[in-house]
Design a protein around this ligand. Structure first.
Ligand SMILES: Nc1nc2[nH]cnc2c(=O)[nH]1
Length: 436
């Protein structure tokens, strides 16, 4: 115990083992839903849900353990919601790229992410992209996953005359979504730890009682085999050979890199770790994420990110890497609960998607809406993501508009050369998509 306390510097951080364990549990309960939501989202791309479940648990566990032990932060890592939706809906379903190739794209992006981190290019890249556009990406992803949740839960449906509209309230399963959304919203508002998880449990129970969800055959079982997805990424790397796939890899990289970097800084501010506006050991934290993304792609899951839900553990006092280690160990325990997958239907996951969307949309408030040369591209990113049903299309719209409005405002010297490069990359990308 003394060794643990010394290693994680618990005394120095003004914390103790008991508080750290409680924080680790709190964070785990807040994000355990991803064990079920990730297989549901990636399963829609044709991937085996059981294999994704096991890959999700292992990649999350590894990410949390690395973050705890190497970077010593109370920050958890797991496959990001949003980027998994991009994987399924934009890349596999939209661009008709096989999931095996998409997984290879995640693998390639993770290697670039590692190189950027190890060779300290990270500051240069973080600085090249305007802060307001990074905020817009986070917010846009929030709107995108909320839109997916509203649609999957039956609340928003396609409509021939108005494009989209309110779903029919005569569909009984939609009432499960409504119930889940209200319960989760109340629990979140009252700051109950694990609100999203509890909301999902209560919605599933209501589904079981009303017969809208069928009883699972068991609760505990051995972890499902990863055979259908294991090492598939490696054998398909050769298929990353078109501009379309280069843009897909770039999007995986941009989204994961900025999501993680932004979330790390946000959480470090919350926990009081920032020194001179900089986060100490940020390289190690990014390495923890890029390593779990790399391993995750080989096991069978979309990119991992630092999780906003870590703020729940920090809020109950978690300050050291021990918090993340506890969360990581709990993901191993989670491996044995795969039979519950069948209970977690899209109506059960919908409220989680909508509420996490709200959390991610909070960065809207920091965007400088007064300067139109910034506001217009930022707005296109934010609105573009849900309306095009694609993170990369949203980024493309904003990144193409940005140099145009900046030049119009007489601020062309403030545009980083990389942004001019991305202007052409995304222009060609949209053009290729249109040709198809
Ligand atoms: N930062 C972050 N937190 C999440 N929590 C659930 N999904 C995500 C995600 O994609 N990014």
């Amino acid at each position: 115990m003394q060794y643990i306390s010394n290693y994680f510097k618990l005394d120095e951080l003004g914390t103790n083992v008991r508080r750290e364990v409680l924080a680790g549990f709190t964070t785990f309960i807040s994000m355990a839903y991803i064990l079920f939501v990730n297989p549901s989202v990636l399963g829609a791309s044709g991937m085996d849900k059981g294999a994704v479940f096991t890959a999700t648990a292992l990649a999350s566990s590894l990410g949390c353990l690395l973050m705890g032990i190497l970077a010593k932060y109370p920050i958890a890592i797991a496959p990001g919601l949003g980027v998994n939706a991009f994987f399924t809906y934009s890349v596999v379903i939209g661009m008709k790229i096989p999931w095996q190739t998409a997984l290879a794209g995640v693998f390639v992006a993770s290697i670039i992410f590692m190189i950027i981190t190890v060779f300290k290019l990270r500051e240069a890249i973080i600085n090249a992209i305007p802060h307001n556009l990074k905020l817009a990406i986070a917010a846009g992803i929030g709107l995108f996953i909320a839109f997916i949740g509203l649609h999957d839960g039956g609340l928003i449906v396609a409509n021939k005359s108005t494009v989209v509209g309110l779903g029919s309230l005569n569909v009984s399963t939609t009432w499960l979504t409504i119930f889940g959304l209200i319960v989760t919203a109340i629990l979140m508002t009252r700051k109950v730890p694990g609100a999203i998880f509890i909301g999902m449990v209560l919605t599933s129970v209501l589904g079981l009682i009303t017969g809208l969800i069928h009883l699972p055959s068991a609760i505990i079982s051995s972890a499902p085999s990863m055979h259908p997805t294991f090492m598939v990424a490696l054998t398909h790397v050769g298929e990353i050979n078109s501009l379309q796939l280069v843009v897909v890899v770039l999007t995986f990289l941009l989204v994961t890199f900025f999501d993680t970097a932004g979330t790390l800084v946000g959480l470090a501010e919350q926990a009081g770790f920032m020194k001179d506006n900089k986060m100490p050991r940020v390289g190690r934290a990014l390495l923890a994420d890029s390593s779990s993304m790399l391993v995750g792609s080989l096991l069978g899951t979309s990119p991992t990110s630092a999780y906003v839900e870590s703020s729940a553990g920090i809020a109950v006092g978690g300050r050291s890497g021990l918090t993340a280690v506890v969360t990581g160990l709990l993901f191993i325990v989670g491996l044995f609960f795969s039979p519950l997958l069948s209970v977690v239907t899209s109506q059960v996951t919908a409220p989680a998607l909508i509420i996490v969307g709200v959390l991610m949309a909070q960065s809207l408030k920091q965007i400088d809406w007064q300067q139109l040369e910034i506001a217009i591209p930022a707005f296109l990113i934010v609105l573009g993501m849900p309306l095009t049903y694609s993170i990369s299309d949203g980024i493309a719209l904003g990144f193409i508009m940005y140099p145009i409005t900046m030049i119009a405002a007489g601020r062309r010297k403030e545009v980083h050369p990389l942004m001019y490069g991305l202007f052409f990359v995304f222009l060609i990308f949209l053009w290729i998509l249109n040709v198809n």
